[in-house]
Design a protein around this ligand. Sequence first.
Ligand SMILES: Cc1cc2nc3c(=O)[nH]c(=O)nc-3n(C[C@H](O)[C@H](O)[C@H](O)COP(=O)(O)O)c2cc1C
Length: 390
Amino acid sequence: VGVALLLEKIFYEEWMDKPRFPVIQGGMGGGISLEELASAVNYAGAMGVVSSVALDQFTSARVGEKLNQMEAAAREVADTKKACGFAAINIMVKLVRDYEASVEGAVKGGANMIISGAGLPIELPTLVEKFAGTKDHHIALVPIVSSARALRIIIERYWMNANHLPDAVVLAGPKCGGHLGFSYREIEASGENFLKDYDLFDVLLTPVLKLVKKYETKEHKIPVFVAGGIRTHEDVIHAIKQGATGVQVGTPFAASYESGACNDFKNTIIRSSNADVMLGSREWGSPTGYPFRYLRGSPLAQLGKNAENNYFCICSALLSSTKTDIPSRNGDCPWGYVKPLDKLCPANGKENVIPNRLYTSGTEIDGIKEIRHAADIVNELAGISCAEAK
Ligand SMILES: Cc1cc2nc3c(=O)[nH]c(=O)nc-3n(C[C@H](O)[C@H](O)[C@H](O)COP(=O)(O)O)c2cc1C
């Protein structure tokens, strides 16, 4: 593979205006990946992704106008697209209350790609078709999975419901930041061997590639992007050699200048080592029901297990819908159902320590030593030296 990894034909479809590096900046909720970060990544030649989480608050604050979730998603996507003609959005299935509104906004804003995980995004093709008013919408639909089993269900349902195949797949391994697609039972059964038992390359990738081969056709390829702990150009080369088309990377971008994370979050990533990346146990788990990685140095983790708020709650209000009311795992959400996001997701970026915050991060963070520009991170992953980039 040459100095710079350019995507030529593999991931170059009508919905990509030009070839890009096979690097997706993972969508990061809670105001981390918004238009600013996604645009910077797009500008550098990779694929930037905004997260749909609480855009009604973040986008409204940015544009100084009260927007609902649908309007906000449309605006965030459209503003991202302005920078270089490409926009992708990550919409988590578990955010039941806002899922449809976010998909509608993504379509209205002109998204080129919708990436969706944290649950099985089975309804996605039907919803996009409904909001676009046509089957021929040219929006790439990209599910996130952690097993071939989940992917098989998604492919079969996509085909049955909407005659559609995924346009790409993100395979999220056990080293990922944010929520993990493995159950507590699987993690507990593996114990110390969890990372090995579910190794992204040795265990997860082969069956996913095999499955994809079974369904893809000459006209419709299904590229696989692997995620979790990918940090260097060598990691990207390794992923491609193993059969992946590209990678999805989160944590390094969370610590970039363009990330919406507060400074304390960025500095905590930089100060932390691999040993400080924890995997939440059931009591520390997220109300989504999925295990969640967090940094030992986060304000909430520092409070210790015996503190009154020894649990956290990710956007419980978003998880609850009129259809299904999902209470937070440990009883009442410490922030209540009314305005939990005021505390969980404070205004984008600049403020410092907020008690009760839990910072999430992938593993392999020893090498993240300073806040950098998103473009420098893209260049490093793509194997472009500073001199070449200039
Ligand atoms: C701060 C943070 C927030 C995240 N939020 C989301 C999210 O809202 N939706 C999602 O699908 N994945 C989310 N993720 C996972 C990332 O998109 C990505 O898959 C993962 O971070 C890749 O692993 P890495 O951080 O080791 O590179 C998040 C990750 C981080 C670090």
